[in-house]
Design a protein around this ligand. Structure first.
Ligand code: MG
Length: 337
């Protein structure tokens, strides 16, 4: 499709039908969506489902390592995968600003389709609205996802099976996504060399669950970064956490940019990082499985669950001190996802 998106493309009339058939159905192409019914009819066999939704308003919509489309698929896929479920179906809802070039929209849609294929999910239903110029910024996307959750993994998102001695693992460097988007938005004239880690983690997580089915907790470290997940985990489990700052992988460029701008990489958003809590006897196996995947090459054990200082996450700093981790009071970096 050529030209720009018009208000009429969200009208429900002829232009909307053209947009749906020539762009969305063409790229997302799957038998359920092809029916073009009022709702997608899907079959799921398990009794427990994982069901999640997320809106994406990232600015800029294209950034090093990804774009709003890839993010909208990977973000929702990851929320399902970290609960131990297999992501199956997504819906995608678009709010588009009048005047968005079709070339940009097509790039975003193609990127969503590519990421969905990679993650093994089908985008089976959706909606499009077009708003007047200035009433939204280029494009906002909401994705909702459903996954099949085996009963044996139902405890993973609650943190209730976490116990002292369990090891905490992360699948690589922290802070890349937040600094990639911020760098591109605010300092586009410089190249920081930082790329977003945006990726669907379900294949990586599946590998870890296969060798270590007793993984007792998982969460993706998105907004609020690694630190926020650790604080949440301390509260959920009612136990203490000790993290070795030196063990947390941080890319040199991210470290440099954080120092320059006054950010702590532990609090900067990721879009391809999962924090796992694994019983100590399984931790080496889980680590090896993660390291065998391209998205987990730099996986590390970064700390453990402890009996002391209950409900608090402590950080052993690189200079030998100790500090307590807390949640951020306000929004650190707006519109990074
Ligand atoms: Mg999450």
């Amino acid at each position: 499709m050529k030209g720009k998106v018009l208000l009429g493309h969200g009208s429900g009339g002829k232009l909307t039908h053209e947009l749906i058939s020539e762009l969305f159905v063409c790229h997302f192409n799957n038998p359920v969506l092809d029916q073009q019914a009022d709702s997608a009819v899907i079959k799921i066999t398990s009794t427990s489902l994982s069901f999640t939704t997320d809106s994406f308003v990232v600015d800029p919509i294209f950034f090093p390592g990804g774009d709003i489309g890839k993010l909208a698929v990977a973000g929702t896929v990851n929320d399902i995968a970290v609960s131990g479920a297999t992501p199956l179906y997504l819906s995608a809802s678009f709010i588009i600003e009048e005047g968005l070039p079709f070339s940009d929209l097509e790039k975003v849609v193609a990127s969503m389709a590519g990421e969905a294929r990679k993650a093994g999910v089908a985008i089976v239903t959706g909606d499009t609205k077009v708003v007047n110029r200035g009433k939204c910024d280029k494009i906002f996307i909401t994705t909702t996802g459903i996954g099949q959750l085996p009963e044996k993994f139902v405890h993973i998102s609650t943190g209730h099976r976490v116990k002292p001695g369990d090891q905490i693992i992360i699948n690589g460097t922290v802070g890349d996504h937040g600094m990639a988007v911020l760098g591109d938005r605010e300092f586009a004239q410089f190249t920081s060399g930082i790329r977003s880690d945006c990726a669907s983690l379900n294949p990586l997580i599946r590998k870890a669950l296969e060798v270590s089915p007793d993984i007792c907790f998982m969460r993706d470290a998105t907004r609020g970064g690694l630190a926020t997940v650790l604080v949440e985990l301390a509260e959920l489990s009612g136990l203490g956490i000790e993290i070795d700052e030196e063990a947390v992988p941080v890319n040199e460029n991210v470290k440099g940019m954080c120092e320059l701008l006054g950010y702590d990489p532990l609090y900067v958003a990721n879009e391809g990082k999962v924090v796992m809590v694994v019983p100590s006897q399984e931790s080496e196996k889980a680590l090896a499985a993660l390291c065998s995947d391209p998205l987990g090459k730099e996986s590390r054990i970064i700390g453990e669950i402890v009996e002391s200082h209950k409900r608090k996450a402590w950080l052993k700093t690189t200079i030998g001190g100790r500090r307590i981790l807390d949640m951020l009071a306000g929004e650190q970096l707006p519109r990074i996802c």
